[in-house]
Design a protein around this ligand. Structure first.
Ligand code: G4P
Length: 534
């Protein structure tokens, strides 16, 4: 007989699905998010998320943007209900906020939605984020967007995904026409044509007429040419493409593909329904005690993101915690694995839109935000019951590098303290030159905003003014096998060797070409773009 808590947890896990969207700027992430929320009934008129984005975009001044942090804090996770499911959309910070947090969010997700602009196909940021999903073997659902505009051939896009990412594709639906002639999609699951009606910017749910492929009424509804084109393409798909294999989807080796137009609302609901059927529920996670199933009765979770409030009057930090097992209850006391301390989880925040109501309970797959200044670092585990620690969140390849200097020697102590605390918190990666005469720490970041945050916080929280000296590198690789392997490789050209916070060798390259050159010259040298912490 399962206990009451076990039944409660099983129900919660079975009805929860969480995902993050991976995309390149402008592919339509904000628009798709908004439309999903519209179907989930979480907002009534699409446009509110967008309005906020426009507001943010309009402010060129970073500080002003920061003052609106309340918004981005609360939109870190958007929770909504649909068809009996609780869906958590983990927002990956976009272009302006692009930082290591964008990658870290994927460590908290169980599924990823890869959003592609039909005219552009795969783009650099999507590829980078895909690499992180691959590492975690996350199931990936592809939504090809903007079919209402002229774009590339659908079959060509599938081919690109297969060739470049090594992912098998299965088209769950297929577009009927494109651009001005985009009429809808064919659902291969139900063998039905869905024709949509265009509405102004799709601010409401799209009107959807479903009709079977052989139905004679099609003649009245669809131009003959489009109908025959569709039939022909479906025949090709049936002949050449493999069947949907959910095992492969769950292992991250096959991606179900959907076509649509987020802006006009074509195909969004069909996507949501199929996603819920195929997506993975909250998963078991690796820990120091082996794999821990989400229905494990004690509460456990880990920190995947920390956000500092930039307002000097409110120096709080919000720690975002992914609930892995058990049930979270407000004010509960837990153990903190890294320090061995006991922490009371007070002031939890419900993370949706601007409504910051406080949260009473949360289940595996959910995310909670806690104000606990100074207690948490990225990757920390909190637990009840038997001690365990989840696998840490790795360091991701930085792309921007700068020496940070302290022009004021009397602030030496504060400077060092700030650097070590900000590194521990995960605000930026700190590296050091191997040249003994260059003692300044080297900041390594994924996005420019991270530098600005570090300089601002050093000034505001530690009273230290700093200067940055940018370096002309754009790629970093950790050397597998450490210093010994590096020594064995001998002299390397066009690269700078530095060490990370744990003293491990990292090679910096100016560009991809230099990296390929070093790889070509030293085939025995194994270089990694992601490294475990410590
Ligand atoms: P992002 O968050 O991924 O950066 O993308 P976002 O949703 O902001 O969309 C980027 C642009 O692409 C927006 O246009 C948006 O309206 C448009 N867009 C999104 N989905 C679709 C689609 O399905 N079809 C078409 N044709 N366009 C789409 P914008 O001009 O930057 O903004 P706005 O003037 O529309 O507000």
């Amino acid at each position: 007989m399962p206990t009451e808590i076990q039944t409660e947890l099983e129900n919660a896990v079975n009805t929860r699905r969480n995902f993050a969207i991976i995309s390149h700027p402008d592919a339509g992430k904000t628009t798709l998010t908004e439309k999903l929320l519209l179907y989930g009934g979480a907002i009534h008129e699409a446009g509110s998320v967008k309005a906020r984005r426009a507001q943010r975009k309009a402010t060129s001044d970073w500080m002003e943007m920061e003052q609106q942090r309340g918004i981005s804090i609360t939109s870190t996770v958007l929770q909504f209900a649909y068809n009996g499911y609780q869906i958590n959309l983990l927002d990956t910070p976009g272009h302006q906020d692009f930082s290591e947090d964008t990658y870290r969010t994927l460590a908290a997700a169980d599924n990823a939605v890869m959003l592609i602009d039909a005219a552009k196909g795969l783009e650099p940021q999507t590829r980078k984020l895909f690499e992180v999903c691959k590492l975690r073997e996350l199931p990936i659902f592809t939504f090809v967007n903007k079919l209402d505009r002229p774009g590339r051939e659908p079959l060509e896009l599938l081919d690109e995904i297969e060739q470049e990412l090594g992912l098998q594709t299965y088209a769950v639906n297929w577009p009927i026409g494109m651009g001005d002639r985009f009429k809808g999609v064919f659902d291969r699951r139900l063998q039905q044509i869905h024709l949509f009606e265009r509405r102004a910017h799709g601010s409401q749910e799209a009107k959807d007429t479903a009709i079977a492929l052989g139905d004679p009424k099609i003649e009245d509804l669809l131009e003959e040419e489009l109908y025959y084109q569709l039939k022909e393409e479906l025949e090709i798909l049936d002949e050449v493409a493999p069947d949907l294999d959910l095992e492969l989807v769950r292992e991250g080796k096959m991606t179900p593909v959907f076509f649509g137009s987020a802006m006009t609302n074509f195909g969004v609901e069909l996507f949501l329904k199929a996603f819920l059927d195929y997506a993975q529920k909250p998963e078991a996670r690796n820990s120091s005690e082996g794999e821990i199933d989400p229905t494990y009765p004690d509460f456990t979770g880990f920190v995947f993101k920390l956000q500092a409030n930039m307002d000097p009057k409110h120096r709080d930090r919000v720690a975002f915690i992914r609930v892995c097992t058990g049930k979270f209850e407000k004010d509960m006391t837990v153990s903190h694995a890294r320090t061995g301390k006991t922490v009371r989880l007070s002031r939890p925040q419900k993370l949706f839109a601007q409504d910051r109501g406080s949260l009473e309970v949360a289940y595996p797959g959910d995310v909670i935000g806690l104000n606990n200044p100074g207690v948490f670092a990225i990757g920390d585990t909190i637990y009840n019951g038997k001690k365990l620690e989840y696998e840490g969140i790795p360091c991701f390849s930085p792309e921007l590098f700068a020496f940070i200097k302290n022009p004021n020697p009397s602030k030496f102590k504060q400077f060092n303290k700030a650097i070590s605390e900000l590194q521990e918190e995960g605000a930026v990666q700190i590296m050091y030159s191997t040249d003994d005469f260059k003692r300044d720490p080297l900041l390594a970041a994924v996005g420019q905003l991270q530098f600005e945050v570090v300089q601002f916080r050093m000034q505001n929280e530690y009273g230290v003014e700093t200067l940055l000296e940018m370096l002309p590198y754009s790629l970093a690789r950790w050397v597998a096998g450490g210093w010994k392997a590096l020594e064995k490789a001998g002299r390397l050209f066009n690269t700078l060797t530095v060490k990370d916070a744990w003293g491990r060798p990292v090679l910096l390259f100016k560009n991809e070409w230099n990296l390929q050159q070093v790889k070509g010259d030293h085939p025995g040298l194994k270089l990694n773009s992601i490294a475990p912490v410590g």
